[in-house]
Design a protein around this ligand. Structure first.
Ligand code: SF4
Length: 217
């Protein structure tokens, strides 16, 4: 197959964006939150766990520890007990408490609204930071999780396996205002059709723009 020019890839990316928007008109996160603090904690807990399970857990967690100060001062064993159903609970309990302490000690108990500050908090990588920025602050950001990595690779929007490089590739290809919603929709698409082991290309509305579909045909 001839190498695609940068211009052609951009035009194809625009068609993919439109296809994703039609297929998944609701692009928000399924995590329930009332403020940036709750979203930050919920996003840390969502690693390797369904959003529905996280929502169950955070209901009780935030009823007991509803802000950074309360979580920072909570007994660790109690946090572990509450977050246990989300898996990896010891590590997650430590991470959310350390993040809460970081907020109290360095940010006046408020969640900062910049990527640079957010990633200084323990347990907060770029992916988590971009979720918080996009959904709690309205600051566009590309979120690269396992679905975005796989789907954007198959769609030929990146050739990289490195999340930071993938983030940069998508930022270069997509308009800034679309970064957050496009990430959410790529995640939805990864869950719905573009499965890791058996992508359902026959049912996929993006197939006409997808090199992987052509290879599989
Ligand atoms: S055509 Fe297949 S590989 Fe391409 S995005 Fe759709 S499901 Fe994934």
């Amino acid at each position: 197959m001839p190498r695609e020019s940068a211009e052609a890839r951009k035009a194809r990316a625009a068609k993919i964006l439109r296809g994703l928007a039609r297929a998944y008109p609701e692009a928000g996160t399924a995590l329930r939150f009332r403020n940036a603090f709750e979203l930050l904690v919920a996003t840390i807990l969502s690693a390797q766990c369904t959003d529905a399970k996280v929502n169950e857990v955070t209901l009780e967690l935030f009823a007991k520890y509803g802000d950074a100060e309360a979580l920072a001062g909570a007994p660790l064993e109690e946090i572990e007990r509450l977050v246990r159903p989300t898996g990896f609970y010891r590590q997650k309990a430590r991470s959310i408490q350390a993040a809460a302490r970081g907020l109290v000690e360095r940010f006046g108990s408020e969640v900062p609204g910049s990527l640079e500050d957010l990633v200084t908090l323990r347990g907060v990588a770029r992916k988590t930071a971009n979720v918080v920025l996009g959904h709690a602050f309205g600051v566009p950001g590309v979120v690269v999780d396992t679905h975005v990595k796989r789907v954007s690779g198959r769609l030929g929007l990146t050739r990289s396996e490195d999340p930071v490089k993938i983030e940069q590739d998508l930022m270069a290809l997509l308009p800034r205002r679309a970064w957050t919603d496009a990430s959410s929709r790529l995640i939805l698409h990864g869950r719905a059709l573009c499965h890791s082991r058996k992508p359902r290309c026959g049912e996929c509305p993006l197939a006409p723009h997808c090199p992987e579909a052509r290879r599989a045909a």
